[in-house]
Design a protein around this ligand. Structure first.
Ligand SMILES: [Zn+2]
Length: 193
């Protein structure tokens, strides 16, 4: 399923396998004159990577790992904005894999390379296929949809808010057959419990 990816997705904690949250990191290529700022800052990590055009200098913001949150850093170099470090465009997010995992069960907080959907916490296997959700809300929406008798694409979410979930049409049919639904719904209920 190709869907807009949220900035934060639910993943299996790499340490304890419990539910944890992954937030995407984002980098910029700062001007040469601004490199000392990023090298010195405890809120960013710098990296030199070899690209087709030679060495590239990157300044990374890893959410939750730096000393300060991006929104409270007020001394950024001229022309650099906090927004530059937020992966707002979902095509950008899909191309990123670096981020930070935070687990409340085991207190893990570390850099992680996302492999989607392998890392998905809300996932159900059926006949060799994997049905996944980005987060609990999406998993509950899928659950409500699969267990509703008429399976309308217009679903009332747990908060009572009615919305069109056009992405529900993208759920592979293998999960939607009468036979599959029973097993998938049972498994999904366990995952969201
Ligand atoms: Zn953990």
């Amino acid at each position: 399923m190709w869907l807009p990816m949220p900035n934060i997705v639910s993943v299996k904690c790499p340490h304890c396998s419990c539910h944890s949250e992954f937030s995407f990191s984002k980098s910029i290529i700062p001007k040469k004159i601004d490199r000392p700022y990023f090298d010195k800052s405890k809120s960013f990590k710098t990296q030199k990577v070899l690209s087709d055009s030679g060495w590239q200098y990157l300044a990374w913001y890893d959410p939750g790992l730096g000393k300060r949150n991006i929104d409270v850093i007020h001394d950024l170099p001229v022309g650099v904005k906090a927004e530059d470090f937020k992966p707002n465009n979902f095509y950008v997010r899909h191309n990123l894999s670096r981020g930070v995992v935070v687990c409340h069960s085991c207190s893990l907080r570390k850099l992680h390379t996302l492999t989607w959907p392998d890392d998905a916490f809300f996932e159900v296997d059926y006949k060799g296929e994997t049905l996944w959700a980005f987060n609990r809300e999406m998993a509950l929406t899928i659950l409500n949809y699969l267990q509703s008798s008429d399976r309308k694409k217009r679903i009332i979410s747990t908060s009572g808010y009615v919305s069109q979930h056009s992405w529900l049409r993208k759920i592979p049919t293998v999960f939607q057959t009468k036979k599959a639904r029973r097993e998938v719904v049972t498994k999904l209920r366990k995952v969201v419990a």
